[in-house]
Design a protein around this ligand. Structure first.
Ligand code: SF4
Length: 273
């Protein structure tokens, strides 16, 4: 009887969040014959793990661990991948949900983009895969071999969208791309929202956001990563020079949650929070 009820349920599953947890859930569901819609608000999937270099305890390269899953989720016929997409509304009951999704404009046509990087070269700067360390180029790819393998554009930072569009020989840039909403019906929803980064600017006394050479642990990780903005060279964000000394600051939980104790911190050349 219970089985008969199950067969009436919508086969489609919405997975919210395309970090490593969401990707694995999507792959397992597709393997089990379910149709999956995998959404993430970022321009490429992979989440925080794609930005880490190596992880404890095996010291494995994260991107090497994640890449096969990224590529597989992009190829799987049962998985519809929707980057730059958020959940707007959810109605209904188990087995029969109506979902409204909102997709932000990428300003690049994924079907035409070959990821040649010419638009990036025309507007030089740095890739935006590095939280807080990017030099705000109007085009971005979060990390090498991102999925989908295409750039995206932050048009609000682009001084001349038409000139940027002319830089693309494939005609892939869509300067007047717009936000889109769509409704889908799904039987189940998997929430794999992952973690959010703490904004270290909220901490008094450490100089984050004021001193360029004070960086967070994740930003330091990006600097040391071979796929990072400095290709793994330990360089000061302020001038690209090599720091002579580095101070590590471990912020207590109660401070991170807002009690604002201001300790005396010495920051000789570079710091990491
Ligand atoms: S948008 Fe055009 S120029 Fe930019 S990476 Fe894609 S194909 Fe190359």
């Amino acid at each position: 009887m219970e089985d008969q009820k199950m067969t009436q349920y919508n086969n489609k599953v919405l997975v919210i969040g395309a970090g490593v947890g969401g990707i694995k859930a999507a792959l397992d569901l597709a393997e089990a014959g379910r149709d999956v819609v995998l959404i993430d608000k970022a321009p490429a999937i992979g989440g925080l793990m794609a930005q880490l270099d190596r992880t404890f305890p095996t010291n494995n390269c994260d991107l090497c661990t994640l890449s096969p899953h990224l590529a597989e989720s992009g190829r799987r016929l049962h998985i519809e991948l929707l980057p730059l997409t958020e959940l707007l509304a959810l109605d209904g009951k188990v087995g029969d949900f109506k979902v409204t999704l909102k997709s932000s404009p990428r300003f690049i046509d994924l079907n035409k983009c070959t990821a040649c990087g010419e638009c990036f070269n025309a507007f030089p700067g740095c890739v935006r895969f590095t939280p807080g360390l990017d030099h705000r180029a109007p085009t971005c790819m979060r990390y090498p071999r991102a999925t989908p393998y295409a750039y995206s554009i932050d048009m609000s930072r682009c001084p001349d969208p038409d000139r940027l569009a002319q830089a693309c020989r494939e005609g892939a840039i869509v300067p007047r791309d717009e936000e889109k909403t769509r409704e889908i019906e799904v039987g189940s929803v998997v929430l794999a929202a992952g973690a959010a980064l703490f904004d270290a600017r909220a901490l008094d006394g450490y100089g984050y956001g004021v001193c360029e050479n004070v960086v967070t642990g994740l930003e330091y990780e990006r600097i040391l990563s071979a796929s990072g903005p400095t290709l793994g060279q330990l360089a000061r964000p302020s001038d690209g020079g090599q720091p002579k000394k580095i101070a590590w600051i471990s912020v207590p939980d109660h401070e991170a949650s807002g009690s604002r104790i201001s300790p005396i911190v010495r920051a000789p050349a570079a710091c990491t929070l």
